[in-house]
Design a protein around this ligand. Structure first.
Ligand SMILES: [Zn+2]
Length: 274
């Protein structure tokens, strides 16, 4: 089963807050929500418990997006703060009942991809160790990123997941397309991406996959901005067909500025596929 939801609470929520967002998502017929903690995460344990209860009551699955201010291959103090943010995201996410959280691993800067990758692996081991200590059961997912200056190509996120137990990929197909300036934009390529994941990480990776989809604009430096699905050249319908044909299960998060309209469009289009 593939569940669809928005990144952040639906725009049409009558009131702010994740609990109301969960109710509104269910009213709309969505069955997932990604908590967009991209500007930081501050929440009491009581609030987290209320979110967990609301999600259970409304049969909504949850994921979280960690703050953007994370760089596992930056300067030492930056890495240290990043590790603390990631462990806190994982702890709170697990307390909310989220099954997965994703984040952008960092920027290559002047380093070679290998050098950056080694630091990221070290960071990922520290994050999973920290969460284990807290008994926080949640997938740690490095996201496929939208710019070639950002660590997180398809090959990298697969390799990191293969190397560190508890780490998995978050596959943002729109980022993959934008990162490589308009490549990876047809059914064959989407299916090949999924097959590559299965080849290295096993069928279980496709039975529980964290996916991001949005309309997107790109330039020579990759991702420029997200845009509504109706406006984009990204072939999201072919992507849905590949997800269906390869029988992928998990969570599809719409990161479109059209929020719930596009999450519902993805869900409706997917459900019509035979
Ligand atoms: Zn992201």
């Amino acid at each position: 089963m593939l569940r669809f939801g928005t990144s952040g609470i639906p725009r049409s929520s009558a009131r702010p807050g994740t609990v109301h967002g969960i109710r509104r998502a269910r009213e709309l017929g969505l069955d997932h929500l990604e908590m967009a903690w991209v500007n930081g995460v501050k929440m009491s344990d009581e609030s987290a418990d209320a979110i967990r209860e609301a999600a259970r009551e409304h049969d909504l699955t949850l994921t979280a997006h960690a703050p953007y201010y994370v760089n596992l291959c930056g300067a030492e103090d930056v890495v240290e703060r990043s590790l603390a943010r990631l462990v806190e995201t994982g702890r709170l996410g697990a307390r909310c009942g989220a099954q997965s959280f994703c984040f952008h691993a960092g920027f290559y800067g002047q380093q070679s991809h290998e050098e950056a990758g080694d630091k990221i692996l070290e960071g990922l081991r520290a994050v999973t160790k920290g969460l284990k200590k807290l008994k926080a059961g949640i997938d740690v997912r490095t996201e496929l990123t939208g710019k070639p200056t950002q660590a997180g190509s398809l090959e990298e996120v697969i390799a990191w997941a293969a190397a560190v137990p508890g780490v998995h990929p978050c596959i943002d197909f729109s980022h993959r397309y934008a990162r490589d300036a308009g490549q990876h934009n047809d059914y064959e390529d989407f299916a090949a991406t999924l097959t590559a994941i299965e080849h290295t990480l096993g069928r279980a990776a496709l039975d529980r996959l964290h996916v991001h989809i949005s309309g997107i604009q790109y330039g020579p430096k990759g991702e420029k901005r997200h845009e509504p699905l109706v406006e984009t050249a990204f072939r999201w319908k072919e992507l849905l067909r590949a997800l269906k044909d390869l029988n992928v299960s998990g969570w599809v998060v719409s990161e479109s500025p059209a929020m719930e309209d596009d999450a519902l469009l993805l869900q409706k289009t997917y459900r019509r596929l035979k």
